[in-house]
Design a protein around this ligand. Structure first.
Ligand SMILES: [Ca+2]
Ligand SMILES: [Ca+2]
Ligand SMILES: [Ca+2]
Length: 207
């Protein structure tokens, strides 16, 4: 009973505003974690596509390396939502740049369609239960700004970060930070993460 009530509070929300923060989801929006379920989870729990797409725009003046860090990138231990009596879920993180990573219309649709992984694959990591990623910040990828797709509209290089739920029925809760350091969260002036859909848990304490 508790579990049913609990999981009913995951929502996939359409996002039209930029988040204006280098942590994403943005703490200013009072969304502490993004949520991505494994593919064996019931879609009625709130995640209809088992995939979360973010874009990150890096201002053209920033020439140094950019570090994508993830908090609680694993699916196990703290923060995550166990279903079915044990953690059995893995997630595949992938980061894309180059032509088409952002400009491809399919990549900006709310639901993943063939083509949402457009662009050049720059980094990927598959994580399941992993103490090195549990309840702490960890480095996911190191990026060279001009490997992103150049956008005249944004006056920035744009990267695409995807978290796909793979097999399993649990919920991965996690968040990202775009940092100028690989070992701590140091904001970069002008960096702008944004998304077109976000699945997150509304409120844990509803009863
Ligand atoms: Ca965890
Ligand atoms: Ca499970
Ligand atoms: Ca997690």
């Amino acid at each position: 009973m508790y579990q049913l009530r609990f999981i009913a509070f995951y929502l996939s929300l359409l996002i039209t505003t930029e988040m204006m923060s280098q942590a994403f989801p943005s703490p200013m929006e009072n969304v502490p974690f993004a949520t991505t379920f494994g593919q064996d989870a019931n879609p009625q729990w709130g995640d209809d596509d088992n995939s979360q797409v973010y874009f990150v725009a890096i201002p053209k003046d920033w020439k140094d390396a950019v570090y994508i860090r993830v908090f609680d990138g694993d699916i196990g231990g703290a923060n995550d939502e166990m279903m079915g009596g044990g953690f059995n879920t893995s997630c595949h993180y992938s980061i894309y740049g180059g032509n088409d990573a952002y400009s491809n219309k399919e990549a900006r649709k709310v639901d993943p369609v063939p083509g949402y992984k457009s662009g050049v694959l720059l980094a990927e990591k598959k994580i399941a239960v992993d103490a090195n990623f549990d309840d702490q910040w960890a480095l996911l990828a190191t990026l060279v700004p001009n490997e992103g797709e150049w956008s005249n509209e944004l006056n920035a290089y744009v990267f695409k970060i995807i978290c796909d739920g793979m097999s399993g029925d649990d919920a991965n809760l996690y968040k990202y930070f775009v940092s100028s350091s690989g070992t701590e969260n140091v904001p970069i002036q002008g960096v702008n993460p944004f998304a077109y859909e976000l699945c997150f848990r509304l409120n844990q304490n509803t009863s």
